[in-house]
Design a protein around this ligand. Structure first.
Ligand SMILES: [Zn+2]
Length: 275
């Protein structure tokens, strides 16, 4: 798939690029934009008492973690909107709401170096999970009913070489853990002639310590009234997987090899409004 020359992103500006596709009753779209600034950009506006905030101040107000990832893409959002009113969304703000305000119990060889390099994190005196591990599974509108199911996503269908009608890979946030690894949340959408499929992955690699993934998969078959949502967590200690860090640049390099810790599947019923 090719982007026209004019649609390239200029990360220095507040431009947003969007793309969308219709799939039966679904309107599927994404926005891509630039990085969250690290300071308030409009103090005059944000200090007024009228609930208008710049992106940075909105994040400070909404989130209880004292520090954000190095790179947050506040306007990178994937939306799946059903004509009946149901809405499914993947956005970084809601994902970061699910980062705990506690120190993760993992033994981390770089914790001290990391804290030294982040005096603001110390100043906050508020321990939090600086790996930004999140169990975010997407944001659902209230009219979607969620039920546990034994049904599972048919991965044979996903392997079929059908025509790809729509594809995108969005980064929601990323942090390099002060050169001690990577923490990244990204979401991919693929629309095929008979289904759509979403894979959101939180990937954590703390060098010489551990590798972790939290994956959410959404699968919807045309002409059905539900979406399957599979959530799985995987984790291994670095010493147990025996792969050099240089070969673990990306989640794809290592996540398929990790042992599964937790896995469950739910059915999201798309309740269409009856007039
Ligand atoms: Zn501001």
């Amino acid at each position: 798939m090719f982007l026209a020359e004019g649609s390239r992103i200029d990360s220095g500006r507040y431009t947003t690029n969007s793309n969308s596709i219709e799939f039966g009753p679904w309107h599927i779209s994404y926005d891509i934009s630039c990085i969250l600034p690290s300071v308030c950009s409009t103090k005059v506006v944000c200090e007024r008492d009228d609930d208008q905030f710049c992106q940075f101040c909105l994040y400070c107000k909404e989130l209880s973690i004292p520090h954000f990832p190095d790179m947050v893409f506040p306007k990178n959002v994937l939306r799946l909107d059903h004509t009946g009113g149901a809405k499914i969304q993947f956005n970084p703000l809601d994902a970061l709401r699910r980062v705990a305000c506690r120190l993760d119990p993992i033994e981390v060889s770089c914790a001290e170096a990391w804290l030294e390099s982040r005096p603001d994190a110390e100043k906050a005196k508020k321990p939090f999970d600086w790996t930004f591990s999140t169990d975010y599974k997407g944001t659902l509108s209230d009219n979607i009913t969620v039920e546990r199911t034994n049904e599972s996503i048919d991965f044979e269908i996903l392997k079929r070489k059908d025509q790809i009608l729509f594809y995108h890979d969005l980064t929601l946030f990323e942090d390099e853990l002060h050169d001690h690894g990577v923490s990244k949340l990204s979401v991919k959408i693929r629309v095929m002639p008979t289904y759509w499929y979403v894979l959101q992955r939180y990937f954590l690699r703390v060098d010489d310590v551990l590798v972790r993934s939290h994956e959410t998969r959404l699968f919807h078959m045309l002409n059905t009234d539900y979406v399957l949502r599979e959530y799985s967590t995987k984790e291994a200690k670095a010493q147990d997987i025996n792969i050099p860090t240089s070969e673990m640049k990306d989640g794809d390099d290592v996540v398929p090899l990790l042992p599964v810790k937790e896995k469950n599947t739910e059915k999201l019923f798309i309740n269409t409004q009856i007039n």
